[in-house]
Design a protein around this ligand. Structure first.
Ligand code: PHE
Length: 350
């Protein structure tokens, strides 16, 4: 009997030695101390012993139980500690690794240029107007004195849609007519209209869709001097006091006289390059005095009022401001490319 319990402790000790994880220790505890465990069985067996042996055996096996419990607890604690440490090592966070920055968003360069231009004109008392991108041929052409056989209506330039008599507007000028009609004869009419326009063009300086900003002023006694003054104020505001502008006689069916406005090329500084096609100048807008036919179509009497209008190419201006040499890059949504515009500090960006 005395040997028995010594062997039991030894055997338990061996088993605990070979246990390699806490789960195995739990099982060992069960085989020794569980309801049907070895030591439990021995303790129960004490009751069946002859009376003179009971006390002794009871004390011994109780001693074995206490010893076994503490051996098991110790083994369990040792293995649980090892397991926790191992897990912590695996999950260790290296707080010194730089995080993934979410990156700061910003407005698209074209939106910024549009806002800069709007800002200039809102300060001069203009109001904003919008017109539809799918426009009737009447607003886009006829009302603007562009007759049926004018080359601008040719398939080369316009996108026609399935609805008869409708086109994707080729310019923002139809908003001139819409604006005058909405003003219903009141004076002055002072509007700007920004939006997308569509033409069948595609090369480094032309995309099939681009943006224009239209301006229209109708009042008594408006002259070419008002147009030139307004344009100068705008170019100086946007491009700096010392920007050079060039007013070139031109032709538009809806203005008379007409002129185009160029500014010195920002890429080459005026010496001539691919962007300005060697001329040193970049065209940014078409303009002129509103044609009498157009005034009449808008509900105004050309004998009493006059007006000026211009259509500014937002992309052209963006190319000038940001010194771009390929317009198409603006539409590819390449963040790497677009993020370069964060550097523009010429004027506060709205
Ligand atoms: N609509 C003309 C264009 O798209 C520009 C323009 C607008 C010219 C207003 C004169 C007056 O080229």
């Amino acid at each position: 009997m005395a040997e028995d319990h010594v062997n039991a402790i030894k055997e338990l000790g061996d088993q605990l030695q070979t246990a390699s994880n806490s789960l195995q220790v739990q099982e060992i505890r069960n085989t020794w101390l569980g309801r049907k465990g070895l030591i439990t069985g021995r303790l129960k067996g004490v009751a069946g012993l002859p009376v003179d042996q009971r006390r002794d055996a009871g004390q011994r096996w109780n001693g074995v139980r206490i010893e076994a419990e503490s051996m098991i607890d110790e083994a369990l604690a040792r293995l649980q500690y090892q397991e926790e440490t191992r897990q912590l090592e695996q999950e260790r966070l290296d707080m010194s690794i730089p995080g993934v920055s979410p990156g700061l968003g910003m407005l698209h360069p074209l939106t910024r240029v549009r806002r800069l231009v709007e800002d200039v004109f809102l300060r001069m008392g203009f109001t904003l107007r919008y017109g539809p991108e799918v426009e009737s041929e009447w607003y886009n052409f006829e009302a603007l004195n562009i007759p049926m056989n004018h080359p601008a209506r040719d398939m080369q330039d316009s996108f026609f849609v399935d609805i008869p008599g409708m086109v994707l507007r080729t310019h923002t000028s139809p908003v001139q007519i819409r604006g005058m009609k909405a003003a219903a004869g009141r004076l002055p009419v002072k509007i700007i209209a920004h939006g997308r326009v569509y033409r069948r063009d595609d090369d480094p300086t032309h995309t099939p869709m681009f943006h224009q900003m239209e301006a229209l002023v109708v009042d008594r006694g408006i002259s070419l001097a008002d147009l030139k003054g307004t344009l100068l104020a705008m170019t100086q505001d946007l491009l700096g006091e010392d920007v050079e502008t060039r007013f070139r006689p031109s032709y538009f069916p809806f203005t008379e006289p007409s002129m185009e406005v160029d500014v010195t090329c920002a890429v080459c500084g005026g010496s001539g390059c691919r962007v300005c096609k060697g001329t040193g100048w970049v065209e940014i807008l078409g303009s002129g005095m509103v044609h009498p036919v157009v005034l009449r179509n808008g509900g105004y009497d050309p004998d009493h009022v006059s007006g000026f209008a211009f259509g500014l190419g937002i992309e052209r201006l963006a190319m000038r401001i940001f010194e771009l040499d390929d317009l198409r890059l603006l539409y590819q949504n390449d963040l790497e490319y677009l993020s370069r515009f964060g550097r523009y500090t010429g004027r506060p960006i709205l």
